[in-house]
Design a protein around this ligand. Sequence first.
Ligand SMILES: [Zn+2]
Length: 299
Amino acid sequence: MKRILTLLLSLCLIACFVGGCSTSSDTPPKKARFTIVTSFYPMYIDALQLTKDVPGVKVICLTKPQVGCLHNYQLTPENIKTLERADLFIVNGAGMESFLDKAARTRPDLVTVDASRDLRLITDSHGHENPHVWVSIPNKIRQIENITGPLTAADPEYAEAYRHNSKRYIGELSAIQAKMDDAVRTATKKSFVTMHESFFYLAKDLGLTVTDVITSEHGHEPSAKDVEECIRLMKETNTEIIFIEPQYHEKTAQTIARETGATIYTLDPVVTGDITSDSMTDYLRKMEANAQVLKEALR
Ligand SMILES: [Zn+2]
């Protein structure tokens, strides 16, 4: 009996190796027919949606999906190697990727798709354009349209499939936008404070006002003077909501909430995530959750 079990086990192991279920790194990966590299996580989701069920496509996120916004991000040698493998490079644009010149020097022949082409950008008081365009479903739909054309041109054999995916995803995005619109229809509050400049486009879509931004740059704690000014502005404008983001510490928000009596809620700008089998629907799921939070916060 023992011998039979040993034999069966050996056969299983042989079958496993022959069948290719070994995960050894020596096994050469199956070569993709068409490789798309995206600059960061939000664009990675777009590429997954647009290439759904298209054979032989590999989508790679250039930066780790936990990196978040690419403000001041510098390309690593590993990133450059990844770009060398790309057939198409999809970026958010609107100033989010400050490394595009370097990327173009690395791969002058690489077609780079600027998803924010022709989008109307919001400019701050210093004249800086706000790159967080994707945190607005109408903008996201424009981005999908901007990507679809160059994608079909780069891989024409599957143009019909890409167009089909584009139409399907835009339909799904529009359904979530209807929930966003519904959330503000009954709103009694129309202004809020945020942690960084992520939600200006969303506010504009929904007719809301961003009273103040607590931290203007990633990793920079606001000064005591910034906090004081924020509290003053909130009192002056009767702002009762602070939207924090999962990517930020909420200590400052708590201090401000204590001083103003405001309530803290979490909105997710869908800038980070984990690369899993669910990544493709992450934008839809998080924006739907945001619509629910808005409904609760603004009423
Ligand atoms: Zn940002």
